[in-house]
Design a protein around this ligand. Structure first.
Ligand code: HEM
Length: 151
């Protein structure tokens, strides 16, 4: 098993980065959709609301959920590959903390989508604009942790 992981390492890492890109695209886009959902639907009415609900459902189901699962699977495969992670260094733990926060943010988006569906959204466009910064900050922490490794 260890030999297999070592031989597959370049492929596992490629697939990890590909799924990360897809996941991040969704995490950046979903709060933007929520901003327009709040601000435009109030003016435009129920037909526009249906369009937003469909876009949000498809983004979550067909891009964000599969991409998150793939990122975790290939990321854990990398973590179990012998010789790749120096568990005595600090970076694996800063990266892990930011990944857990990113996964929390993913689920936060899922719950906000359900609020819209139930007609129970209480958040403003400004709230969603602010939350849009969360994945950006976490991405910077993750990439600096895993590539520059300053700690
Ligand atoms: C979901 C759980 C995740 C796990 C378990 C995980 C784990 C890992 C591991 C063990 C490596 C290999 C490091 C090496 O080859 O030296 C890696 C590489 C990488 N990860 Fe993750 N990761 C996860 C999520 C993410 C996320 C969310 C991002 C970006 C936002 C990310 C970005 C990267 C990048 C860019 C690399 C390649 C670094 C290089 O050039 O060596 N990972 N990941």
């Amino acid at each position: 098993m260890s030999d297999l992981l070592v031989n597959l390492y370049p492929w596992t890492k490629s697939l990890h980065v590909i799924s990360v890109i897809a996941w991040m695209a969704g995490l950046f886009y979903m709060p933007r959709l929520f901003v327009y959902h709040v601000e435009r639907v109030a003016a435009a009415g129920p037909e526009t609301e249906e369009i937003f609900e469909t876009m949000e459902r498809k983004l979550l189901r067909f891009i964000m959920n599969p991409a998150m699962v793939a990122t975790w699977i290939f990321g854990l495969a990398l973590a179990f590959t012998p010789g790749i992670v120096d568990w005595g260094a600090v970076w694996p733990y800063t990266k892990a903390a930011a990944i857990i926060a990113m996964t929390w943010f993913h689920h936060w988006c899922g719950y906000r989508r359900k609020d819209f569906l139930a007609g129970k959204n209480t958040r403003t466009g400004r709230d969603f604009r602010l939350m849009n910064e969360v994945p950006t900050v976490l991405m910077i922490v993750i990439v600096v942790s895993v590539i520059a490794r300053p700690f």
